[in-house]
Design a binder for this molecule. Structure first.
Ligand SMILES: C[S@@+](CC[C@H](N)C(=O)[O-])C[C@H]1O[C@@H](n2cnc3c(N)ncnc32)[C@H](O)[C@@H]1O
Length: 951
C-alpha cells in the first residue's frame, strides 16, 4: 500500500496552499474540518479542487458573518425581497439563502452536505410542492426571478451596510441597490430617472459618484423595462410554458449582459418546464430551467452567429459567490460546443447554467486609427494561454531590476478614458499620436501622467502597449515613481513575450502577435458588461513575505468607452479595480495565478473576501474543451488534462496539484510502434505452429468448452475469469518470478517459455468483446499521473478502486532490437533514458549474443520518447500492487509480446500503482545507474544488498 499523508500533513498542506490568501490558519483548519465532514473525509475532492472548495467555504463563511440588514422604511427594497418571497423557496432554517443556493448548485448531484442533500431529495420527490413551497430550496439548476431581482442584491446590500462611510454613496450604486422585483412599483422610480451627466471628477470619490450615477441609470432603465406591461406579458407567457425571446435589455437587472459593437444578443427567458407550474402566480414567476437538451436548443437560439473565433460566454455567477455577478467562459470555435450534455461535476457547474450572453469577438471598425490597425495582425488561432499573464509578470521585471530595487514597484496599469474623466485616478495629457521613442521603439501612445502613488500625486510616464479598437480599453505600462528609469520598454517586453509564448505554448502560427493578443483582450473587455466587481479604490501591496526580493504588482483596469455617441448606459461599463496583487513568484500551489483580468476570461472567477481582496478562483476544466489542453498547461508537456491526447479510451489527467511540476515532453502512443529495424512478425493469415489462431471461434470464447485454441495456450484454460480478471494462479506465478525488465540489470534467469497469456485476435472468429480479449482493448480504468511526495518523481495512481487481477495498462514504447539499443548504448544512453527502457524477456540476452533461441533478435520497449502512462509507474520492492505478465495478441512467437500490468491485490482509489522492477538495488553489476529506492516497502531491497533476489 502506498504511503499516505497523515491528516496533519494534509491539513498543513492545505494551510500552506492558502497561505498567500492570508486567511487565518484557524479558520482554514475549521473550514477544512467542516468540509471533510461534508465530503465524508474525501480529501481527494478537496485537494483535487486545488483547494477551491476550501476557499469557497471560507469565503462563504465570511460572507455569512456580515451583519444582516434589517429592512427599514428607507430601504423598501429589503421588504420587497421579503414580500416577493411568496412562492419562492426560502432557505431552510439554519441555511442562508446564499448557502442554500450554493449547496443547490454545488452539491445538488449527491456529493454534499447531508442536510442539504436530504432536503434536495425531499424536493426532488415532490417537485410540484417544491415549485411553490416557500420552505423549500431550489433544485439544482432552478432559478427564480425573485432571486434574480432581489435576493442577490440583498446580499450585496449587506456588504454596503457594513462598509465605511465612503461607501455610503455606493448604497445607491446600481450594483448595491436592491432592485425591486418585477411586480413592484417601479414606474415611479423609472420616472425619477435622470440622464447622467458625465462631468470631470475632481477626485476619486467623485469618479465613483459618477460611476454610481451611471450604474443607477443603467439599473433604473432596466428596472423600467421590467415593470413594463410588455415585460409582464412575457413573464406571464413564460409561466404559460411558452418560450419568450426578449431583446437585448430584457433580462432582469444583473442577469443582463449586452453584447455590443453592433452585435445583437438575445437573452431568452426559459419557461417552466414542469407541467405543475401552471397555477403559479404570474407576479412571482418561478422560472425553472429546462433539461440540458432543451437548454442546448435554447442556447442555440440565442447565439449571435456561428463564430470561428475567440469569444466569451457570460453566465450568472454559477456558485452565487459574493462580490461576483458573472462568470465568463471562453469559446474558441462554435459556442455551441460549450453547452454539452456532460454530467454534472464540481468542475463543470457552469454547464448547468444558461448562458446570459455570447459575446463575440470584437470587430475592427472602419475608422480604426492607422496606428492601431497595424497592431491587429494576429488572427486568433485558438491558442491563448492563461499563463501568459504569469509570463508577462515575470517578463516585466528583469531580474536585475528586482535585485537592484527590491522594494521598487512598477505598475501595469490598464486604463481607459485617456482624458481620465471617469477614473479620476489617472490623469494624462492627451496625446493620441503614436510616438517613436528615442531609441526608435514605437508605442501606441506615450504620455506624461500624474498618478497617485501611496497617497502622493506624482508625475510619471505611461506607455500604452495595446488598445481596443475603440480606444476604450488600453493596456499601458506606467512607470512607478519609485522605479529607476530603466523601465523595460514595451517592444522589448513584447518581443520577449512573443518568444516565450511561442516556445512555451508551441504556437506555430507565424502570424502570432502578442500585441494582437493584448488588443483582442482589450476589445473583449470593452464588450463586457458593468459591475464585475466592487473593490476598494486602492490597496497597498508589499513585497512577498516569502520572497523578500520580489516586487509586487498591482493590476488595475479602468474601462469606459470614450465614444460619447454611445448609449450612456454603456459608459462606465466595466470596472475592475485592484483585482489582484500579483507577485512575480506566482504561488505554485494555486495554478494559473497571474493577472486576474486575463484569467477572468478563461474560466477564473473573482471572489471577494471581507478584506475586499479579490481572489482568483479556478472554475476548473469546464473552461472549454477545445481550450483546456492549453489553458492548464504549465511547463513541458502540454496535455495535462489528458496526457494521452485522446489516444486512450480514458482521459489520463495530471493531478491538478502537480501541474506546476515539470512534466517533460514525450510523445504519447497507446500501442507499441517499431522505431527502427525491429522486424516484428505480425501476419494475419499464418497461424503459428503452436496452434493459434482459431478461426472457428465464435462470439465469446469464454463460453466455449473446451477452450478455444488461444485459450488452450494459457495452460489449457482461459487466463481471465468471466469478469475479465486474471486468474489467481497466473498472478501468483508471475508475482513470484524474480525477473527483471529493467535495462542495465544483468540478471540471468530462465527463458520464459510458458504461461504467457494468449488473447484471441483478428484472425479468430470471436468478437471484440470476447472474454479472452482484455489487454488489446486498452485502458479502461481511471488513472491519474501525479507528482509523488516522496521524491520518486512522477507516478501513477488509480482514481477508482480496483479488484485483484484487473488489467491496468501495458508498458508501451518504441520497439527496439537489442542491437539497436546496444548501438545507442555505445553512444551513451543517458540515465534518464535508461529509466524508461523495458526488456522483453531479455534477462538472458542483455549482453551479446542478441539472438534468441529461435534466431530472432531480442527486443526492448523504449518509452523515453514514445510511451504511454506506464512509463510513469514507479518501482516498489516485493509487495508492489501491479505485476507485469507477458500477453501475446498478434503472435504467439514469444519474441514480441505485450507487457501487461495487472493488480496483485485489491487496490484502493487514490493508491499509487507500483510494480517491482526486479532490480537489485545495491547491485553494482548493472550498467544502468540505480536509484536510491524510496518505495518504503517493508521488503525494500535497497539497504539489504544480501537479499538481492536473483534466480
Ligand atoms: C520508469 S521511471 C518511473 C517514472 C518516473 N518517476 C518519472 O518521473 O518519470 C523510473 C524512474 O523513476 C524513479 N523511481 C521509480 N521508482 C522509484 C523508487 N521506488 N524510489 C526512487 N525512485 C524511483 C527512478 O528515477 C527511476 O529511474
Amino acid at each position: 500500500m502506498a504511503p499516505k499523508l497523515t491528516k496533519a500533513a494534509r491539513t498543513e498542506k492545505a494551510c500552506r496552499a492558502l497561505r498567500d490568501l492570508r486567511f487565518p490558519v484557524d479558520m482554514i483548519r475549521a473550514k477544512l474540518e467542516e468540509l471533510l465532514r461534508v465530503h465524508r473525509k474525501n480529501w481527494k475532492a478537496i485537494e483535487d479542487s486545488n483547494y477551491s472548495l476550501l476557499i469557497d467555504a471560507i469565503l462563504s463563511a465570511e460572507e455569512e458573518k456580515q451583519p444582516e440588514k434589517v429592512p427599514t422604511a428607507a430601504d423598501p427594497e429589503a421588504k420587497q425581497v421579503k414580500k416577493s418571497s411568496k412562492g419562492t423557496l426560502a432557505p431552510p432554517q439554519g441555511t442562508s439563502g446564499h448557502e442554500a443556493r450554493h449547496v443547490g448548485s454545488r452539491y445538488g448531484k449527491g456529493e454534499g452536505k447531508a442536510s442539504s442533500s436530504s432536503r434536495l431529495k425531499r424536493k426532488r420527490s415532490n417537485k410540484t410542492e417544491a415549485s411553490s413551497d416557500s420552505d423549500g430550496d431550489l433544485l439544482p439548476g432552478e432559478l427564480d426571478l425573485e432571486e434574480v431581482s432581489g435576493k442577490r442584491s440583498c446580499t450585496r446590500k449587506k456588504k454596503v451596510a457594513s462598509s465605511s462611510s465612503s461607501k455610503k454613496v455606493s448604497g445607491a450604486r446600481g450594483k448595491d441597490k436592491i432592485l425591486p422585483g418585477p411586480c413592484s412599483g417601479l414606474g415611479a422610480e423609472s420616472e425619477d430617472y435622470k440622464s447622467p451627466t458625465v462631468s470631470k471628477p475632481t477626485n476619486q470619490g467623485s469618479a465613483r459618484d459618477e460611476d454610481t450615477k451611471i450604474r443607477l441609470y443603467t439599473r433604473r432603465k432596466k428596472a423600467a423595462s421590467l415593470s413594463s406591461p410588455q415585460y409582464h406579458e412575457k413573464v406571464k407567457g413564460s409561466c404559460q410554458k411558452t418560450e419568450v425571446k426578449v431583446g437585448p435589455i430584457s433580462r432582469p437587472d444583473h442577469r443582463e449582459i449586452v453584447a455590443r459593437g453592433g452585435w445583437e444578443t438575445q437573452v431568452k427567458i426559459v419557461p417552466n418546464s414542469g407541467s405543475d407550474d401552471d397555477s403559479e402566480d404570474a407576479e412571482t414567476p418561478l422560472i425553472r430551467r429546462r433539461t440540458k437538451r432543451q437548454r442546448r436548443e435554447d442556447v442555440a437560439d440565442i447565439l449571435p452567429a456561428s463564430e470561428n473565433e475567440t469569444g466569451l460566454i457570460c453566465y450568472e455567477n454559477p456558485l452565487n459567490l459574493p462580490s461576483m455577478d458573472y462568470a465568463f467562459d471562453m469559446y474558441l470555435n462554435d459556442p455551441r460546443d460549450m453547452v454539452t450534455e456532460s454530467p454534472y461535476t464540481i468542475n463543470n457547474h457552469l454547464q448547468d447554467d444558461i448562458p446570459l450572453a455570447f459575446i463575440p469577438p470584437a470587430r475592427e471598425i472602419d475608422h480604426t486609427p492607422a496606428d492601431e490597425v497595424k497592431l491587429l495582425e494576429y488572427k486568433s488561432s485558438g491558442v491563448i494561454e492563461t499563463a501568459y499573464s504569469d509570463l508577462l509578470c515575470k517578463t516585466l521585471v528583469p531580474a536585475k531590476e528586482v535585485a537592484d530595487n527590491p522594494v521598487g514597484s512598477m505598475k501595469l496599469l490598464e486604463y481607459t478614458s485617456p482624458d481620465a474623466e471617469i477614473t479620476g485616478a489617472v490623469q494624462s495629457s492627451i496625446n493620441d499620436e503614436a510616438l517613436v521613442s528615442e531609441d526608435g521603439l514605437t508605442f501606441i501612445d506615450q504620455k506624461v501622467v500624474s498618478m497617485e502613488d501611496e497617497g502622493h500625486c506624482c508625475i510619471t510616464e505611461e506607455y500604452c502597449v495595446a488598445s481596443s479598437s475603440t480606444g476604450g480599453m488600453r493596456l499601458s505600462l506606467v512607470r512607478g515613481p519609485s522605479l529607476p528609469s530603466t523601465i523595460c520598454v514595451p517592444n522589448e517586453v513584447i518581443k520577449v513575450m512573443e518568444d516565450k509564448c511561442k516556445k512555451s505554448y508551441k504556437i506555430t502560427d507565424p502570424s502570432f502577435s502578442f500585441l494582437k493578443l493584448m488588443n483582442d483582450f482589450c476589445n473583449i473587455v470593452c464588450l463586457m458588461d458593468s459591475t464585475m466587481v466592487d473593490a476598494p479604490t486602492s490597496s497597498t501591496f508589499h513585497p512577498s513575505d516569502s520572497n523578500p526580493s520580489a516586487s509586487s504588482y498591482k493590476a488595475t483596469v479602468f474601462c469606459a468607452p470614450r465614444n460619447d455617441a454611445l448609449d450612456p448606459c454603456l459608459l462606465a461599463s466595466f470596472r475592475f479595480h485592484n483585482l489582484i496583487e500579483v507577485t512575480p513568484q506566482v504561488p505554485k500551489h494555486i495554478n494559473l495565478v497571474g493577472f486576474g483580468f486575463l484569467q477572468s476570461i478563461k474560466g477564473i472567477e473573482f471572489v471577494g473576501s471581507k478584506t475586499n481582496k479579490m481572489i482568483p478562483k479556478l472554475l476548473g476544466p469546464k473552461c472549454s474543451r477545445s481550450f483546456i489542453g492549453q489553458a492548464t498547461q504549465s511547463k513541458g508537456y502540454g496535455y495535462l488534462d489528458d496526457i494521452s491526447k485522446g489516444e486512450e479510451n480514458m482521459e489520463i489527467p495530471v493531478l491538478k496539484g502537480s501541474r506546476d511540476k515539470d512534466l517533460k515532453r514525450f510523445n504519447y502512443i497507446a500501442q507499441n510502434m517499431v522505431l527502427g529495424e525491429a522486424n516484428i512478425e505480425v501476419k494475419l493469415g499464418v497461424p503459428s505452429s503452436k496452434g493459434c489462431c482459431c478461426p472457428e471461434c465464435f462470439g465469446d470464447c469464454q463460453t466455449s468448452n473446451p477452450p478455444c485454441k488461444c485459450g488452450q495456450l494459457n495452460g489449457g484454460e482461459f487466463a481471465y475469469t468471466q469478469s475479465g480478471l486474471v486468474k489467481e494462479q497466473l498472478l501468483r506465478e508471475w508475482s513470484s518470478r524474480k525477473n527483471t525488465t529493467f535495462y542495465g540489470h544483468n540478471l540471468s534467469r530462465p527463458h520464459m517459455e510458458s504461461n504467457f497469456i494468449k488473447e484471441c485476435w483478428y484472425s479468430c472468429g470471436c468478437f471484440k468483446k470476447c472474454g479472452n480479449r482484455i489487454v488489446q482493448r486498452g485502458i479502461t480504468r481511471k488513472l491519474q499521473v501525479f507528482w509523488t511526495p516522496e521524491g520518486k518523481g512522477w507516478g501513477v495512481q488509480t482514481l477508482e478502486s480496483l479488484p485483484k487481477g484487473a488489467f491496468v495498462c501495458e508498458y508501451v514504447g518504441a520497439i527496439l532490437t537489442m542491437s539497436e539499443l546496444h548501438r545507442q548504448g555505445s553512444k551513451g544512453i543517458t540515465d534518464e533514458k535508461n529509466a524508461y527502457i523495458v526488456l522483453l524477456d531479455a534477462g538472458r540476452y542483455i549482453s551479446e549474443p542478441v539472438l534468441k533461441d529461435d534466431g530472432k533478435e531480442a527486443l526492448c520497449l523504449d518509452a523515453s520518447e514514445y510511451g504511454n502512462v506506464a512509463r510513469f509507474i514507479n518501482h516498489r520492492c516485493g509487495d508492489a500492487n501491479l505485476v507485469g505478465i507477458p500477453v501475446e495478441v498478434e503472435t504467439a512467437s514469444h519474441q514480441y509480446y505485450h507487457l501487461a500490468f495487472f493488480t496483485t491485490r485489491e487496490v484502493d482509489a487514490m493508491e499509487e500503482l507500483t510494480r517491482d522492477y526486479g532490480i537489485g538495488l545495491n547491485d553494482d553489476s548493472h550498467t544502468a545507474k540505480q536509484f536510491q529506492c524510496l518505495c518504503s516497502s517493508p521488503f525494500c531491497r535497497d539497504s539489504q544488498k544480501d537479499l538481492i533476489v536473483i534466480d
